[in-house]
Design a protein around this ligand. Structure first.
Ligand SMILES: Cc1cc2nc3c(=O)[nH]c(=O)nc-3n(C[C@H](O)[C@H](O)[C@H](O)COP(=O)(O)OP(=O)(O)OC[C@H]3O[C@@H](n4cnc5c(N)ncnc54)[C@H](O)[C@@H]3O)c2cc1C
Ligand SMILES: NC(=O)c1ccc[n+]([C@@H]2O[C@H](COP(=O)([O-])OP(=O)(O)OC[C@H]3O[C@@H](n4cnc5c(N)ncnc54)[C@H](O)[C@@H]3O)[C@@H](O)[C@H]2O)c1
Length: 475
């Protein structure tokens, strides 16, 4: 077959989407009727649904219940020690999520206008893809929504996950057959903190290894320190410590460490690697498609989320600065709109990403939620700002909670525009939202605090009081 005849035989689609996570939500009514292909190398539905946000949060909930039951003694209520039924906890989560993933896959498989290729895609030319099944595709438009992957550690024994021998990443640890007696969690970031909380609350003896001076170290310092103190009350936290090698013998991992205490080691049946995630741009042969990459593997995009290759867009973890699902979802909405504009199906203009504050939450114990710069970052940038710190325990609902650790820090410019907020404590992920709203829409602190009623004596009074505590705000 000559080249031309081969090209004629090659499937051609109006639109190819690489990745079925946030990429799967692109297909809005404006794009109906297009001949679309979705290429998915892994489990349909991507990280958030199968191995990320949703299963972790569904596991955090029973863990929170265990911690709350133990804590109830301070309120005069004593429970018997909990009986943790791990298979029931695990199967509640994946009984629901696996069915959603399979339902989504079946829907796309049977949808007339959509072809689902279960394969790994890479570029072999402009608008041309080669699949791990041997097929090649061409497309008028391509969306790269290929996500990111968990990293191993460049340390002997810890380079690659090996779930069969108990060396996991977040991709596999949530599906353990049974709870191990001991677990070493390597890392002090989002994944490590959430899953150390889950497994330690459920009765596993967790040792968490963090090379830095605190857990969650990119957070506001007071919050990182307080989070670290609380975590250390629940499980063994080793700071300023790094693994130097690991060996597996008779079903037990011996992880050698070096740090403040000199060389030492820790043993466990399960090791969780939680040392960051790398964008999958480096596995796409991006250059062959004309896509530029940042040094960290992210696909380069402009404000309209176009890559450097004509007709190719990218979104989510593979290109975004923040590896967060609400960011990927927002970007999917932008790309869907911009595709529709490009196709003449929707009036322009194209939508652009903007500099709205990006909040996040860590669903550990306690919860942490944050957006905007830390005081260290504001100081380093020479930005003028004022700060208020409100303890949860100094509000009426905080008395009800007997809270001793929660706090909310707000940074604002001297005129009262909210720049950042950092919160630790019960429901921090929800509590911070009015501040995200105020910062996003430019509402000044005093207007937010005094321009509305705050339900008394709700936890939200923490926000009201923090706003009123900003220097220059009259009560
Ligand atoms: C344990 C954990 C907990 C998390 N919790 C939260 C949270 O609470 N809140 C939050 O906002 N974020 C959370 N995140 C981050 C969030 O999951 C991601 O930001 C989000 O899922 C990214 O979506 P995406 O569509 O960019 O990528 P993904 O959902 O990862 O989708 C990419 C898909 O592309 C496929 N793929 C990759 N390369 C190719 C290829 N070459 N060919 C074919 N297919 C390919 C992959 O198999 C994958 O299915 C969490 C992440 C983890 C790991
Ligand atoms: N609740 C949420 O929103 C949520 C939850 C989980 C993950 N995520 C997203 O996924 C991303 C990845 O999460 P993560 O926890 O894997 O990454 P992370 O960047 O949050 O934390 C990585 C941790 O690994 C440590 N580390 C990195 N390299 C190391 C090395 N060589 N030796 C020892 N320690 C090392 C770092 O010090 C850090 O503590 C997050 O940044 C976040 O965007 C979000």
């Amino acid at each position: 077959m000559d080249d031309h005849a081969y090209a004629d035989a090659m499937p051609h689609h109006d639109l190819v989407i690489i990745g079925s996570g946030s990429g799967n939500s692109l297909l809005t009514p404006e794009l109906a009727g297009l001949d679309v292909a979705i290429v998915e190398a892994g489990t349909f539905g991507g990280t958030c649904l199968n191995v990320g946000c949703i299963p972790t949060k569904m596991l955090v909930l029973p863990a929170d219940r265990v911690v709350a039951a133990a804590d109830a003694a301070r309120l005069g209520v004593a429970f018997d020690p909990p009986r943790v039924d791990w298979p029931a906890i695990r199967d509640r989560v994946f009984g629901r999520l696996d069915a959603i993933s399979e339902g989504g896959r079946a829907y796309r498989q049977h949808q007339q206008s959509t072809t689902l290729y279960e394969a790994h895609a890479r570029f072999v030319g402009p608008s041309r893809l080669s699949l791990s099944t041997g097929e090649q595709l061409t497309a008028d438009r391509i969306v790269v929504a290929a996500g990111s992957r968990a990293l191993g550690l460049d340390v002997e024994g810890l380079r690659e996950p090996d779930p069969a021998r108990g060396l996991h990443t977040s991709d596999t640890v949530m599906r353990l057959g049974s709870l191990p007696p001991r677990m070493v969690v390597i890392g002090g970031g989002f994944v490590a903190c959430e899953l150390a909380h889950v497994f330690s609350a459920l009765g596993v003896a967790v040792t968490q290894i963090q090379r830095g001076p605190s857990l969650l170290r990119h957070h506001e310092e007071v919050i990182a320190q307080r989070y670290t103190q609380v975590a250390a009350n629940h499980h063994d936290v080793r700071l300023r410590t790094s693994p130097t090698s690991a060996v597996h013998e008779d079903g037990v991992w011996r992880v050698h460490l070096d740090g403040d205490d000199g060389p030492t080691h820790v043993e466990a049946e399960v090791v969780l690697l939680a040392v960051g995630r790398r964008p999958n741009g480096d596995r796409l042969d991006a250059a062959s498609g004309g896509l530029d990459l940042h040094p960290d593997g992210r696909v380069v995009v402009d404000a309209e989320l176009r890559t450097t290759a004509p007709g190719v867009w990218a979104l989510g973890d593979v290109s975004a600065e923040h590896q967060l699902k609400h960011v990927a979802n927002h970007e999917a909405r932008i790309v869907a709109h911009n595709l529709a504009v490009d196709l003449g199906r929707t009036a322009g203009p194209s939508r652009r990403t903007d500099d709205r504050p990006v909040p996040h939450a860590v669903f550990g114990h306690p919860q942490v939620a944050s957006f905007g710069a830390t005081s260290a970052e504001l100081d380093a940038a020479g930005t003028p700002y004022v700060t208020a710190t409100q303890r949860v325990g100094d509000t009426a609902y905080g008395w009800a909670l007997e809270d001793t650790t929660g706090l909310l820090v707000i940074h604002a410019d001297p005129a009262g525009q909210i720049l950042a907020a950092h919160c630790l404590g019960p429901h921090a992920s929800t509590l911070i939202q009015p501040l995200v709203q105020a910062a996003t829409f430019g509402q000044p602190a005093h207007e937010v605090a005094r321009g509305q009623y705050w339900i008394h004596p709700a936890l939200a009074e923490v926000v009201e009081n923090a706003l009123l505590g900003l220097p220059g705000q009259s009560r």
